[in-house]
Design a protein around this ligand. Structure first.
Ligand SMILES: NC(=O)c1ccc[n+]([C@@H]2O[C@H](COP(=O)([O-])OP(=O)(O)OC[C@H]3O[C@@H](n4cnc5c(N)ncnc54)[C@H](OP(=O)(O)O)[C@@H]3O)[C@@H](O)[C@H]2O)c1
Length: 327
């Protein structure tokens, strides 16, 4: 069956399409015939060999899938309500860029009625991230101002909408093009800043009368993170959840003390290992989608064989919202 593999670290040209045997489910496992795969910026970082956790080669990327159950492990039908042919979704962490993926039954969930395969593959990772950035890490409160970097991205478009629904005061979006800022503003951002063209920290201070943003969500890192501290309000929280720029930042702790600033790290797998937090947040995000409180922005889908082209677009920062592969 058609499968995408990284056999080396490097640019999009290391992406290979290979033909592997259809996986067989063992006890406790389910084989999913993949209909849609959510693409994440982490897929690109893994390929470049600069992801937060090193990956073994060869590697099949693809952290979240939606599809139908093709086969069940010997004990699965007896021990769960999963059945062949069911529409399901799973955050597999890897292996999704393929026509078939094997997943532990415990992480396979039915797709709710009213949600299609593309939607089911588009929200789990980035939706849960946006949710926990605001609710868990930042403890965002109604009336507060939030600065969302890369606001037109997968996590960004969802964080902007959730902040809007939480009663944010100002929602200040940054992005690298006018088209991206237009999307962020359409989704609820009250101001947009092209941070490649203007000093975003100065602009945030101007927009807040010198006070700054109560919360900053940053996964760019480097200079963007350092400058974010220059427009963080007293008692403000800067949540660090990635480093798309590939550049580490330097922070002076005594300056945090001086301004009552908090810098908080966030990494979704830590939530996944806390069933109490994970399940409740997953249900909350599903409700937001089914109630049309948030919109999933999927502007581009690609066939599996075009995975390299899709990643090239992501790496070049040419995409808005979510990109979904269709095996
Ligand atoms: N901690 C966690 O658990 C967790 C979970 C999910 C995602 N993440 C991280 O969150 C970030 C967003 O993820 P996503 O999947 O939603 O991706 P995304 O935001 O759709 O894409 C990444 C965006 O980062 C911005 N960016 C800034 N500097 C960049 C650079 N030097 N190279 C490439 N992009 C750059 C670009 O937006 P502009 O062009 O508008 O600047 C780009 O579109 C990623 O860094 C990802 O690793 C972390």
């Amino acid at each position: 069956v058609q499968t995408v593999q990284y056999r080396a670290f490097g640019g999009p040209d290391v992406i290979q399409i290979v033909d592997l045997p259809e996986p067989e489910p063992r006890d406790g496992e389910v084989v999913i015939r993949v209909a849609a795969v959510g693409m994440n910026f982490a897929d690109v970082l893994q390929r470049q060999g600069r992801y937060i956790e090193p990956i073994p080669l060869p590697f099949i990327p693809g952290a979240e899938v939606a599809g139908t159950i093709a086969a069940l492990g010997p004990d699965v039908a007896a021990q769960t309500s999963l059945r062949a042919g069911m529409r399901v979704m799973a955050v597999t962490g890897e292996g999704g860029y393929a026509q078939y993926v094997v997943a532990p039954a415990a992480i396979v969930a039915p797709i709710p009625e009213g949600m299609d395969f593309i939607q089911a593959a588009a929200f789990p990772l980035q939706g849960l991230t946006a949710y926990h950035l605001l609710y868990t890490a930042a403890r965002f409160q109604a009336g507060e101002t939030v600065l969302v970097h890369a606001a037109a991205g997968g996590v960004g478009t969802l964080a902007v909408q959730m902040a809007r629904n939480m009663g944010a005061g100002q929602i200040i979006a940054t992005a690298s093009s006018a088209a991206k800022l237009a999307l962020a503003q359409q989704l609820g951002a009250t101001a947009g800043i092209d941070y490649t063209q203007e000093d975003f920290a100065a602009r945030v201070n101007e927009l807040t009368g010198g006070y700054g943003a109560d919360v900053v969500l940053d996964a760019v890192g480097g200079e963007v993170l350092e400058r974010s501290l220059q427009c963080l309000a007293p008692f403000g929280r800067l949540v660090v959840y990635g480093m798309a720029s590939g550049k580490e930042a330097t922070i002076a702790p005594i300056r945090l003390a001086q301004h009552n600033h908090a810098v908080i790290g966030f990494y979704l797998p830590g939530v996944a290992s806390r069933p109490d937090r994970y399940g409740a947040s997953l249900s909350a995000v599903i409700d937001m989608i089914l109630q049309h409180e948030i919109e999933l922005i999927v502007e581009q889908t690609y066939p599996l064989v075009a995975a390299a082209e899709a990643q090239r677009q992501m790496e070049a920062r040419q995409v808005r919202g979510k990109v979904v592969l269709l095996p």
